[in-house]
Design a protein around this ligand. Structure first.
Ligand SMILES: NC(=O)c1ccc[n+]([C@@H]2O[C@H](COP(=O)([O-])OP(=O)(O)OC[C@H]3O[C@@H](n4cnc5c(N)ncnc54)[C@H](O)[C@@H]3O)[C@@H](O)[C@H]2O)c1
Length: 429
């Protein structure tokens, strides 16, 4: 048996070995004005990087002088974040109910520390609504239903509106027959996948959800991106408010992290992205312009095909099952919005653990404790379970009385407030 340190060294060797395995591919990549890249601003990267300081390697974290210059400023209470975003949606052809659903989703993302999918995305949704590529007023509709399943037409509604509708059906069915499985077509970007799985978890159920997204992931051995960052989330309740909430993209890294390395003029680690010739690259500029993200696991030698498989599985449960667009048929998405309907597919599953062995939450609590109490490699970095980093971020926000946004994000909010004629974002300090 290898000890923990040996296992870690082995992983490092495998990763370095993968550096030698530079792929050459048959075809030219798709032209990438990868607009989708525009969806992840520096705002995300800075805040996320800072959050990760707590948990990850120095390589990812060490702030440069440039990064220091644009450190987050301006503390905003979560309620004010929600108020501002609700106002923006209300002025963008969206019903009060739907505006609230979107603001709740986006505020939760910032609260949990996933800044890429909170206020950072607001402008894109607003632009889509003004271009009429998303319908802010509509309500989804059930197309076909059995006791345990439902097929839903999102009718091009906002992501949270479709997602909440679908997960609520799954929850109802799970409570009635033990499981609820819902697939939606004609949906839009639905933010953090964990929002929906935690909705089921709050009802004492296990939640599972995923969405397809604009193509950015390059499958193992491919020169072209053909799957999105296709996130998946799994949430399970434990005792006394504890839980296990896995919520992750199926690509090796979010594209915003490449963007920040590029801005800092620093390299990216091997395993994140490919250049336009299909070689793994450490050049952040090349990675950014190619728009070819590696699947979770990176290269083939480091089992990237497993991340590719996971991303494809999400695509099957979303696009293929629901009859929405899928793979490279999904549109690209930009900060200026899109003229085309997204027609994304999403799936939502709720499972009632009470249909199985009694004492689920006791065992889940026990397992969490076993994992958290494992001897850490570095005593200053305890072993975590999925959801712990977000929990720590929320505690920090509560302690400080709000979320800190970067100057870039604040500037975007000022512009939005003027454009939509709403009260600007108010700061605590
Ligand atoms: N809607 C979309 O199109 C879309 C696309 C991609 C990502 N997303 C969302 O973006 C968010 C961020 O995704 P991500 O992949 O960057 O997440 P991430 O890498 O920050 O975290 C992934 C998961 O790992 C867990 N985790 C982190 N560090 C850990 C540690 N040391 N030990 C144990 N668990 C740990 C987290 O709790 C989380 O559940 C998610 O909410 C995801 O749903 C949405």
């Amino acid at each position: 048996m290898l000890c923990q340190k040996q296992q870690q060294q082995f992983r490092c060797i495998a990763l370095n070995a993968s550096a030698l395995l530079l792929y050459s591919h048959k075809n030219k990549p798709l032209p990438v004005e990868h607009s989708v890249l525009g969806g992840f601003s520096n705002d995300y990267s800075l805040a996320q990087q800072q959050r990760r300081n707590l948990y990850t390697s120095k390589f990812r974290m060490a702030p440069t002088s440039e990064e220091n210059k644009s450190k987050p400023i301006g503390l905003v209470a979560i309620d004010e974040t929600r108020r501002f975003m609700t106002d923006c949606f209300l002025k963008s052809k969206t019903s009060p109910e739907n505006s609230k659903a979107m603001a709740d989703l986006l505020a939760e993302a910032d609260y949990r520390g996933h800044f890429s999918h909170g206020m950072n995305r607001l402008e894109m949704y607003i632009n889509d609504l003004h271009k009429n590529s998303t319908d802010g007023m509509c309500q989804p509709e059930i197309l076909n239903e059995t006791p345990a399943t439902a097929w839903v037409d999102g009718k091009n509604g906002l992501g949270a509106v479709v997602g909440n509708f679908c997960m609520d059906i799954a929850i109802k069915k799970a409570k009635q027959v033990g499981v609820g499985v819902v697939a939606a077509k004609r949906s839009n970007h639905y933010g953090i996948a964990g929002w929906y799985t935690m909705r089921a978890m709050k009802e004492g159920l296990i939640g599972l959800s995923g969405t397809n997204t604009s193509p950015l992931m390059t499958p193992s051995r491919s020169l072209e991106p053909a799957l999105g960052t296709n996130p998946i989330s799994f949430a399970a309740p434990a005792n006394n408010g504890d839980s296990f909430v896995l919520d992750m993209a199926t690509t090796a890294v979010a594209v915003g992290k490449i963007e920040i390395q590029r801005r800092k003029g620093e390299k990216i680690p091997l395993g994140w992205a490919y250049d336009e010739q299909g070689n793994m690259t450490t050049d952040a500029n090349l990675a950014f312009t190619s728009g070819c993200l590696a699947p979770l696991g990176g290269n083939e030698l480091t089992s990237g095909y497993k991340g590719y498989g996971l991303g494809a599985m999400v695509e099957i449960l979303c696009g293929i099952l629901s009859g929405s667009l899928y793979s490279n048929k999904v549109r690209k998405w930009t900060h200026v919005g899109s003229d085309a309907e997204a027609d994304l597919g999403q799936f939502f599953i709720a499972i009632d653990p009470n249909c199985f062995a009694p004492g689920f939450t006791d065992r889940q609590t026990d397992m969490n404790n076993i994992l958290r109490n494992l001897k850490p490699v570095d005593p200053s970095k305890p072993v975590l379970v999925a959801g712990d980093p977000e929990r720590e971020h929320m505690e920090k926000v509560d302690k400080e009385g709000g979320v800190r946004y970067t100057p870039n994000q604040i500037k975007t909010c000022e512009e939005l407030a003027k454009r939509l004629n709403i009260p600007p974002l108010k700061f605590n300090s």
